[in-house]
Ligand binder design. Structure first.
Ligand SMILES: [Cu+2]
Length: 351
């Protein structure tokens, strides 16, 4: 259709109509590509839609600009190319002030709109709350906190998230900030792994399991250096900082397992600081939790049963000695020798 327009233009179609048709075509292509770029991984959380909406808007605008700018370049290359035997210069053109104002103003407006939109998304996801003080939006804060808590400096708030305070964090919407999430997990980043502690049961795990559809709150911190907890499919990322706690709240919407990635260069093996996040049905989650608790209880029992303090050395070593083909007689002898040497050592020390 565009080709037809170009083809017939010299005949009688006025250029305003050509411009209009090109404009409509560019707009339609941009809108379509902005929704169908396929650049994002699966969206697995309630919050993902907000981020994708912003990204798609930026992609739509960028596609339109790309087509316009590249189109103008290609059009000019062809239209104003040097012809055979043409030794003339083109017309001498100096600046065009209205044009320059327009091409400065349009990007400025686009950037302004996008920044307002991104702040709105950030706010909806609870990102602006940690910075909130009653000087700026007191009425909003009043919903979250009561009384004296409002006077606590934001940096102190970040240290005391367990008291229902808003921590340095992301994910809690203004409506849910200050409320307890349905499930809380403490996350510790260390070189080079993530450790997940479930405070309700005391379970410690190297992978994160959560039930689908329930809001999860992660309390992040780091043992050694800065790490960053990144869930690409959930569109959220948060720094894990030694000595302070940050939060991440989200509601998983899709069953499956997803990568958990450290997104802060934290040392030589930063690249291997990866684990999995399993979103399960509440039944699967409960079964996993029970299984892990049983396994860790077994481990505990083993350690207790092996307590060598109650046995003599030969009793404790007997099963191992048998494996190695040492008879009980020589074991006793070895034990006796050991005691003698120990005693000898002590005597030497005291001399
Ligand atoms: Cu790391």
């Amino acid at each position: 259709m565009l080709l037809a327009v170009f083809h017939f233009k010299p005949v009688n179609i006025p250029s305003q109509i050509t411009t209009l048709i090109i404009g409509i075509a560019v707009t339609l292509i941009s809108l379509w590509y902005g929704q169908n770029h396929g650049l994002m991984p699966v969206a697995a959380s309630e919050e993902a839609g907000q981020v994708d909406g912003l990204f798609n808007t930026m992609m739509t605008i960028a596609t339109g600009l790309f087509i316009l700018i590249q189109g103008a370049l290609i059009y000019s290359l062809i239209k104003f190319r040097r012809r055979k035997n043409d030794q003339m210069d083109g017309p001498s053109i100096h600046g065009n002030i209205p044009l320059e104002i327009v091409w400065t103003a349009i990007p400025a407006v686009i950037v302004l709109i996008l920044s307002l939109y991104s702040f709105e998304v950030y706010n909806i996801m609870g990102g602006l709350d940690p910075m909130a003080s009653h000087d700026h939006h007191g009425s909003q804060l009043a919903h979250h906190h009561s009384g004296d808590e409002q006077d606590v400096a934001p940096s102190l708030i970040a240290f005391a998230p367990s008291q229902g305070q808003v921590a340095l964090g992301l994910g809690a919407s203004p409506e849910t900030a200050g409320q307890e999430a349905q499930l809380t997990v403490d996350v510790m980043g260390l070189q080079y792994a993530w450790l997940f502690t479930y405070p309700d049961t005391g379970l410690v795990s190297g992978e994160l399991h959560i039930p689908v559809g329930e809001e999860v709150q992660l309390n992040l911190t780091a043992m050694d250096v800065l790490h960053a907890f990144w869930l690409p499919q959930f569109r959220i990322k948060q720094d894990a900082i030694p000595g302070r706690e940050s939060q991440l709240r989200f509601t998983p919407t899709k069953l499956g397992d997803y990568p958990v990635i450290c997104a802060e260069l934290c040392g030589s093996y930063h690249g291997s600081m990866v684990t999995r996040l399993y979103v399960e049905t509440p039944e699967e989650y409960e079964a996993w939790m029970q299984e892990q608790l049983l396994a860790s209880a077994d481990k505990l029992e083993e350690t207790v049963a092996l307590n060598p303090a109650q046995m003599s050395d030969s009793e404790f070593l007997a099963p191992y000695a048998q494996e190695m083909g040492i008879d009980s007689q020589s074991l006793k002898h070895l034990e006796h020798e050991g005691r003698r040497q120990e005693a000898g050592g002590r005597r030497e020390e005291s001399l």
